[in-house]
Design a protein around this ligand. Structure first.
Ligand SMILES: Cc1ncc(COP(=O)(O)O)c(C=O)c1O
Length: 371
């Protein structure tokens, strides 16, 4: 689905030097490379504080801890996302309240959020799925009305812009009280291991987040609050520093590949290509197609026989995952999510797709569909 090797070879000298510099310095944890990356990221995002951490899952967990969410508090999120979003809610003994998604954007359904709010609701976690922002302007309005926190799960949409109705733009992940991201290798800004970060414009919250990611410690070996060990390695920070320089160019390459797919599949009655929301740029973490009357497994197997990977993100809605079975939910509760899980598949999407490869992929898809 991604070609990290070809991407690496193009930036090899800078990456290798960055890694070697960290090794030479031996400042492996919280070294100057982490601080430099944090500052570069703050500048890129136009946000006051970036708090690097160990992975995207931790970025969500630490955010919920810093906001002081307590067992039993309800957190509204989408039924169509990667498991990590709900996992941390469950781990902290908060109550995940799932809602359906919009069938066009696959992002959280605004009307469903309003219906799900109760006196116990404390936060909303919109997920900017597949690289496009959820309707943040409206979500912030709902949150303000009901005095709720908003934590943006921006793990798939780093570099995206949210466009407000008056034309103002803000980077995805910088609109809610907190934004979270993952630097997992295949992410749009991926390191060479695990990594993550938290964004906020709130000074007090930033202080608390920094303390929590480092064992709740302000002065060494004095622990003021319960924390975790969640730090970004200096080597990963050095790699991310190089790749951040290329992030916008990488997004443009992904968009060009998406344009190619869009054109090839336009007006095909069996395939709905990804909708582009006018209130967000799309950075295409995934290129996800909805199939209609297609033998999806047959198609994926056919593509595999031609050495083309294709994946289903996600095959099972959160409320039907074994670990998350809950008497509050049953099959049929989230019809849009459930229909999407039966119908979507994603094609290779990355920065190194050549026209010849794209041609081969679309022709193979169409061969199967038109058979
Ligand atoms: C939407 C979403 N949330 C959370 C995560 C968790 O990130 P990580 O794998 O870095 O823990 C991911 C990435 O895998 C994701 O796609």
């Amino acid at each position: 689905m991604v070609d990290l090797r070809s991407q690496y070879l193009k930036i090899k000298p800078e990456i290798d030097k960055g890694i070697q510099d960290v090794i030479d310095s031996c400042a492996f944890i919280n070294g100057p490379a982490v601080k430099s990356f944090q500052e570069a990221m703050e500048k890129y995002l136009g946000v006051k504080h970036v708090i690097p951490c160990a992975n995207g899952t931790d970025s969500l967990q630490v955010s919920m801890m810093a906001l002081g969410l307590q067992p039993g508090d309800e957190v509204i999120t989408t039924s169509f996302t990667f498991i990590a979003t709900a996992e941390v809610i469950a781990l902290l003994k908060l109550t995940p309240v799932l809602v359906d998604v919009d069938p066009g954007t696959f992002n959280i359904d605004l009307k469903a959020i309003e219906k799900a709010i109760t006196p116990k609701t404390k936060a909303i976690v919109p997920v900017h799925l597949f690289g496009q922002c959820a309707p943040m302007e409206e979500i912030m309005k709902i949150a303000k009305q009901h005095d709720l926190f908003v934590i943006e799960d921006n793990c798939q949409a780093i570099g995206s812009d949210y466009i407000f109705k008056d034309g103002t733009r803000k980077k995805g992940g910088t609109i809610g009280q907190i934004g979270c991201t993952s630097f997992f290798p295949s992410k749009n800004l991926g390191c060479y291991g695990d990594g993550g970060a938290i964004f906020t414009n709130d000074d007090e919250l930033a202080k608390k987040l920094r303390i929590i990611v480092n064992h709740g410690m302000v002065v060494r070996y004095y622990h003021d609050i319960v924390g975790v060990n969640s730090r970004l390695d200096s080597i990963q920070a050095a790699i991310l520093m190089v790749k951040l320089e290329h992030l916008d160019e990488y997004a443009a390459k992904r968009r060009a590949a998406a344009d190619f797919y869009d054109k090839a599949f336009a007006n095909n009655p069996h395939l709905t290509t990804p909708m582009r929301d006018k209130n967000s740029t799309h950075v295409f973490h995934q290129y996800t197609i909805v199939t209609h009357n297609v033998d999806r497994k047959g198609l994926i197997d056919y593509l595999a026989s031609k050495d083309i990977p294709a994946m289903i993100y996600y095959p099972v809605p959160l409320h039907l995952q074994k670990a998350y079975v809950d008497p509050r939910y049953k099959p049929g509760d989230f019809p849009v999510t459930e229909a999407l899980c039966q119908a979507v598949f994603s094609l290779p999407m990355h920065t190194e797709l050549e026209e010849e490869q794209l041609d081969y992929i679309v022709n193979s898809v169409l061969e199967f569909i038109n058979k």
